[in-house]
Design a binder for this molecule. Structure first.
Ligand code: BGP
Length: 457
């Protein structure tokens, strides 16, 4: 029996845009996702857009019961900025009523909510002004954060500012998967910098309003493994770690942007515009905990013909195709559970054993209806195996002293996934999106319930 620490969080995560539905109703204004779907629906898998998603907006009362039914003791979702503040200034009272009732129901089921503020859902009114490219976004986000803390702080004790900030930077400004889908390394760095400042100012507002509660940030961690021990490959690994991980982890936990990252950016003429007091704000507003979303590692090698100055991160670290990799064929992501142990040790040894939790981990599989048994239940043993393998390595890290306080899966009920629509499913509950949003429990939900109840397996 592998028993996890006392009060360990067993839960799941989702996000407002992927689960609420009612995306253009009840006073919510457009986000970049609504806009992009309206202008370019062909980009979205089978034309599946953000309007309906999982329909938690109507079904949250039953869904909160479902959380308890499978033993979750905690749950993360996000607030939609464009729903709460449709024009960025004025509160939508219908949104307040919805979120307050939703949160109360979560709490009534004995589930601890962790509420996040931004999950890739930039309001369109702000994007029209340049989104994270403009300094105005920092103030706008700080105002939104303050408003949310004031409106829901009596109910919610654990908050996070951003989910995977690297993703909206990379996908929006380098690889085309998020709006505005441009390719501009310098803008990407500026967007990243403003996101970091927006985070720091949100933490500042939090300390003023809720000095005794806790706040963190959720980062996607793709630990870099180099092709070889040779200096050039190792230097590619260092670059990858600096840009994809330490860029947010270090300022959030240690209160400063690492010098080698500043030097790297300077050397390639990518330095963003800053304000004199920023350094101080970052230093004074570190977090209480970190959430790490882990899906896959990053295999890197030295780039063959890098451009100088770099036009793309691939000029600093090139992808390496590891011949021994194991792949989830549906999502195309490498499966490498060992990395969870490495991350646990990194948090222990390089971040002074800072408190952290696995805030997302899971396996997306297409056409799961293939695995329905006679009773109508999806037999997702592959998902159980995937989680168990990851938990084995997490357990080992905890045994060796890493300060990890929870494990959240992605996700609770199958949900909409950006350009991939409903193709890959991750949930403990299956969603029949074309049949009135019916939810049905999968085998993995029963398994997780046992794990949560026994605090181990
Ligand atoms: C994470 C995001 C989630 C979710 C998940 C699964 O990076 O935080 O929003 O989507 O990945 O990935 P995908 O939906 O792309 O298969």
């Amino acid at each position: 029996m592998k028993t996890f620490p006392k009060n360990f969080l067993w839960g799941s995560a989702t996000s407002a845009p992927q689960s609420e539905g009612h995306s253009l109703q009840n006073g919510k204004s457009e986000t970049t996702w609504d806009y992009w779907f309206k202008t370019n629906p062909e980009k979205f898998h089978e034309n599946q857009g953000p309007e309906n998603t999982t329909n938690i907006y109507e079904m949250y009362k039953e869904d909160c019961k479902r959380m308890k039914e499978i033993g979750l003791n905690s749950f993360r979702t996000s607030i939609s900025w464009a729903r709460l503040l449709p024009d960025g200034r004025h509160v939508n009272q219908e949104a307040v009523a919805f979120y307050r009732d939703y949160f109360k129901h979560i709490l009534e089921e004995g589930v601890q909510p962790i509420i996040n503020l931004f999950h890739f859902d930039m309001p369109m009114w702000l994007m029209e002004k340049g989104g994270w490219e403009t300094r105005e976004s920092v103030d706008a986000f700080a105002f939104y954060a303050k408003t949310a803390f004031e409106l829901f702080g009596d109910l919610i004790k654990n908050w996070t500012t951003f989910n995977e900030p690297i993703v909206h930077i990379e996908c929006g400004y380098l690889n085309g998967a998020h709006y505005p889908a441009i390719h501009d390394f310098k803008k990407a760095i500026q967007v990243g910098y403003h996101t970091l400042m927006a985070h720091a100012y949100a933490v500042k507002a939090f300390r003023e309003i809720m000095p005794n509660e806790s706040i963190g940030i959720i980062l996607n961690i793709t630990p870099a493994y180099a092709r070889s021990d040779q200096a050039a490959d190792q230097s590619a690994k260092e670059n990858a770690d600096l840009l994809t991980m330490k860029s947010f982890l270090d300022p959030a936990v240690k209160g400063f942007i690492p010098d080698p990252l500043i030097q790297l950016i300077q050397a390639h003429d990518l330095t963003p515009e800053t304000i004199g007091s920023d350094k101080e704000i970052i230093k004074e507003n570190t977090v209480d905990f970190i959430g790490l979303n882990y899906y896959q590692p990053l295999r890197v090698q030295a780039p063959e013909n890098p451009r100088f100055p770099a036009q793309d991160p691939e000029d600093l670290f090139a992808p390496y195709d590891w011949p021994e990799k194991r792949i989830n064929p549906y999502r195309g992501w490498e499966i490498y559970p060992e990395a969870i142990y490495d991350v646990a040790m990194m948090m222990k040894n390089e971040y002074n054993n800072f408190p952290w939790y696995v805030s997302e981990n899971g396996m997306g599989v297409a056409e799961e209806e293939r695995f329905v048994n006679e009773e109508g239940m999806i037999q997702d043993d592959y998902r159980i195996d995937f989680m168990k393998e990851h938990l084995d390595y997490l357990y080992q890290g905890i045994q060796e002293g890493s300060n990890c306080f929870g494990y959240h899966t992605w996700t609770f009920i199958d949900c909409w996934s950006w350009l991939n629509g409903y193709r890959n499913r991750y949930g403990f509950y299956r969603l029949e999106s074309d049949k009135d949003f019916t939810r049905s429990l999968k085998k993995s939900g029963l398994w997780y319930k046992e794990v949560a109840q026994n605090n181990g397996y």
